[in-house]
Design a binder for this molecule. Structure first.
Ligand code: ADP
Ligand code: ZN
Length: 339
């Protein structure tokens, strides 16, 4: 069991890469733990939750809302959870986002940790301390930034992960490659998701590499004043599309990255759009997509990356080098109309 501790501004997170949930009892006092998971994970991994206090959520982003938060809090009260309680989120990004949010507010804040069970949560959602919920179509519009006490990777859960969820995870991996890691982009170009699907060791290495890309960015800029903004590549348009068109997060940001590459072409002379699009497609992700431009722009302009009349849009100078570009809203509206 190897522990790697990452220090953030006010707290630290212990990482256990390529580990096993059976070691949890050596990390925390399980007597004080309440597990939060969703129905699918609970059914697929019943053994993990034997003799534990468990709160089981309905799966999916549609339930990442205040109603679910209220229900969790009622169950915590029923379990007589107190300030010594530690919440352990076992699941994908929906479970980890809600777990961190509830833990940060219940009794003004109790400890929490994650065992991410999707590729997306392993490389992205569980890392960085952003916790929150959606209100209507507005994604993550309410939340807190607070780091988990620990993150434990147990790859055995990937065995039951549906194929479409692998695609979702690769959307964030390709994003990391586009903004920060040209060498990894080359590696991804040479394979497809089927290769990683069947190769445990290569997948483990890829997961650790991506978790560390995100960790490094977050450590440098926890509160998203500069570099962390880059992680939003594909997300501005992606979030606006996601809940309106019933796309998964990975699908939505894949479309977002496709159009952000085109905008990068227009504004920065970016020349590798075709390579980005082809790689996304190799990993089972959608790229070009017909959408109601006016309707989507209405939601897009409420994005958290907006600063008054300008939007911080993430573009690519070249693969491996993302940049933040401030685009006036009226210009952005015209660009979106022209896509
Ligand atoms: P994301 O990490 O993409 O935000 P979600 O929390 O929405 O993920 O989970 C995506 C879907 O995958 C949900 O339906 C969830 O129940 C299911 N899921 C998560 N992890 C596993 C797993 N290890 N095995 C099977 N299904 C899983
Ligand atoms: Zn994302």
């Amino acid at each position: 069991m190897g522990k790697q501790t990452y220090q953030f501004s006010t707290s630290a997170t212990d990482f256990y890469f390529a580990d096993s949930i059976t070691h949890l009892k050596e990390i925390i006092d399980v007597k004080h733990a309440v597990f939060i998971t969703d129905e699918n994970i609970f059914k697929a991994h019943l053994k993990r939750f034997k003799n534990s206090k468990v709160i089981i959520l309905k799966p999916g982003e549609a339930h990442k809302n205040q109603e679910t938060v209220n229900s969790i809090i009622q169950q915590l009260i029923a379990f007589e959870a107190d300030r010594k309680t530690i919440l352990v989120g076992v699941g994908g990004g929906v479970v980890t986002d809600i777990t961190g949010y509830v833990a940060s507010t219940y009794m003004r804040g109790i400890k929490f940790g994650f065992v991410p069970t999707t590729l997306l949560a392993l490389v992205d959602a569980s890392i960085g301390g952003k916790n929150g919920i959606d209100i209507g179509v507005y994604k993550n519009i309410v939340g807190v930034t607070k780091q988990p006490s620990f993150i434990l990777h147990d790859f055995s859960s990937l065995g039951t992960l549906p194929e479409t969820e692998w695609h979702n995870g690769f959307a964030e991996i390709i994003k990391h490659a586009c903004i920060k890691d040209a060498a990894m982009f080359k590696e991804l170009q040479q394979h497809s998701f089927k290769y990683y699907f069947s190769k445990k060791k290569e997948t483990a290495l890829l997961i650790e590499r991506n978790a560390k890309i995100k960790l490094k960015v977050v450590q440098k800029d926890e509160f998203e004043q500069a570099d962390r903004k880059l992680l939003n590549f594909g997300h501005t348009l992606g979030h606006a599309l996601e809940n309106q068109y019933e796309l998964s997060h990975g699908q939505a940001i894949s479309i977002g990255m496709t159009y952000a590459s085109h905008i990068s072409e227009q504004l920065l002379g970016f020349k590798q759009t075709e390579a980005v699009v082809k790689t996304l497609e190799q990993y089972g992700l959608p790229t070009y997509f017909k959408f109601d431009k006016a309707k989507v722009f209405d939601v897009l302009k409420m994005d958290k990356k907006r600063e008054r009349k300008e939007m911080n849009y993430i573009l690519l100078e070249k693969i491996g080098k993302g940049v933040v570009k401030q685009i006036p809203l009226n210009q952005l509206e015209k660009i979106i109309q022209s896509l």
